[in-house]
Design a protein around this ligand. Structure first.
Ligand code: SF4
Length: 470
């Protein structure tokens, strides 16, 4: 009886602690970010990331968001796991029981597989769903040892990785200086295939994202990457317009010669679809653009049409009724019961969901309405539907972050509108890092632009590459 009660409790649609965390996040948002499309504070608390846990990397990027001392810090598993534990514990306290979190710093695969696995399990222990951020230059053997452990038994049932591939990186094995983006396609494909093999041979489920920095040098190739990488099996395509952040020795181009709209237009061109980034909003639209969608065969379709009032109504109903339902970390049966309990309480969600599904099937079909529904259904049954989201994250230039953050710290709202704009973006930040030493949470922009240089200089003393006499 007690077990049944515990199970029923686990299927509660809304965990009060999660609901309270959402309410706190909503209250923290600046007025400009409290839109009907806003997801933070209504369905999620935002994304989190680690810092100072393994700053070193063995490839080079232009630009590189890490400070010049980062590569002078030794990767040390014990340090990583201890820091990850402390940072995630603070995020658990401040941001509630569940969130997505990036295991990020320099290159994650410079950690031994056991330390890497320990860091991931530590994050899960704090209710964080981790994603490992890598340059993608890794081997099957590493992945296997990460997922299986020394005894050959599976220790991770599911792993998430983001592989960063672009021609602004140098040092990749087999292609140290990529001449263009297309020449990296075999490496992108091989990255996804490693995870498919791991699933096939060891039953390890996976989610893989593709990330790419965009500068004026490779802007014209973004469409090509979206077109090709989108078909390779990635669950997300993420693009980062280059910013003047991190190691200034690696700022080689006039990044402001290109706008976010320029990058977005290229992604649209590559996917052959309009991407309405205002339908759902994660934080501030000047920082983040997100569109959810799915592949059927060779075509990608957005999950909603922002010009259709019925889709807008469906979004509003979703956020109202399913917003407080935590989808992260629940098993499929538990999630199903959670959803059923919401549906029983709010039966009007059923016709809304059916109408939305019908419109998606219609979009997949072609021709007149009736034949379009049938041909859409046929196409879905023949090819299946594979979800893939498109994301763009635009870091703020370091020179702009510092004054805005200082004003915020003083409790001031800057008179200068350009500084005020940055203050708004920082206040609505979707990507947070934790400082257990003083209990603060900071936007990743502040971490990289203001705090990383001092932190990495400290780490360089704590974890020197070669031992130094003190
Ligand atoms: S890290 Fe910076 S660019 Fe990203 S969401 Fe936060 S404030 Fe915006």
């Amino acid at each position: 009886m007690r077990r049944l009660r515990a199970w029923w409790r686990s299927t509660r649609p809304a965990d009060p602690e999660f609901v309270a965390a959402l309410a706190r996040r909503w209250a923290e948002l600046p007025a400009i970010a409290r839109t009907p499309a806003q997801v933070i504070g209504r369905h999620a608390v935002g994304c989190e990331g680690t810092h100072g846990v393994f700053p070193r990397c063995n490839l080079s990027c232009t630009p590189c968001y890490h400070s010049r001392d980062a590569n002078r810090v030794r990767t040390d598993g014990a340090h990583t796991v201890g820091e990850v534990d402390a940072q995630m514990a603070l995020l658990r306290r401040r941001r509630g029981p569940v969130a997505h979190a990036q295991l990020i710093g320099g290159e994650v695969t410079l950690l031994g597989p056991d330390d890497h696995a320990a860091a991931l399990l530590t994050m899960r222990g704090h209710g964080r769903e981790p994603m490992s951020m890598t340059h993608g230059d890794l081997d099957d053997d590493y992945l296997e040892r990460l997922a299986l452990g020394p005894d050959g038994r599976r220790r991770l049932r599911r792993i998430s990785f983001a592989g960063h591939f672009d021609s602004l990186m140098t040092g990749r094995r087999g292609i140290p200086r990529p001449p263009d983006e297309a020449s990296l396609h075999p490496y992108r494909r091989a990255f996804v295939e490693r995870f498919e093999r791991l699933r096939r041979e060891h039953g390890v489920r996976f989610f893989v994202a593709h990330t790419m920095t965009v500068s004026p040098a490779n802007l014209a190739e973004v469409a090509e990457v979206a077109h090709a990488a989108g078909r390779m099996g990635f669950g997300m395509l993420a693009f980062q317009p280059a910013a003047f952040v991190g190691d200034h020795r690696r700022w080689h181009e006039p990044y402001r010669a290109m706008t976010d709209d320029d990058v977005w237009a290229e992604i649209e061109r590559g996917l052959g679809a309009r991407l309405d980034h205002t339908f759902v909003q994660h934080g501030d639209l000047r920082c983040n653009r997100v569109v959810y969608g799915f592949w059927v065969g060779e075509r990608w379709y957005p999950l909603a049409d922002g010009d259709d009032p019925r889709d807008l109504a469906a979004r509003d109903a979703f956020l109202e009724h399913f917003g407080p339902v935590n989808f992260i970390g629940s098993s499929a049966p538990v999630l199903l019961v959670k959803v059923l309990r919401v549906v029983l309480r709010h039966p009007r969600t059923v016709p809304i969901a059916l109408g939305w599904s019908r419109r998606r099937v219609l979009a997949v079909g072609d021709g007149a309405e009736r034949s379009s529904t049938l041909s859409g259904l046929r196409r879905v049954l023949r090819h299946g539907a594979r979800p893939m989201s498109v994301v763009m994250h635009s870091f703020i230039d370091a020179a702009d972050v510092a004054p805005a953050w200082e004003a915020t710290q003083r409790g001031e709202v800057a008179a200068d509108p350009s500084v005020r704009d940055i203050q708004e973006r920082l206040a609505a930040c979707h990507y947070t890092m934790a400082h257990p030493d003083d209990g603060s949470l900071v936007p990743a922009c502040v971490q990289h632009s203001v705090l990383d240089p001092g932190e990495n200089a400290e780490l360089r003393r704590l974890l020197p590459i070669t031992p130094v006499r003190r």
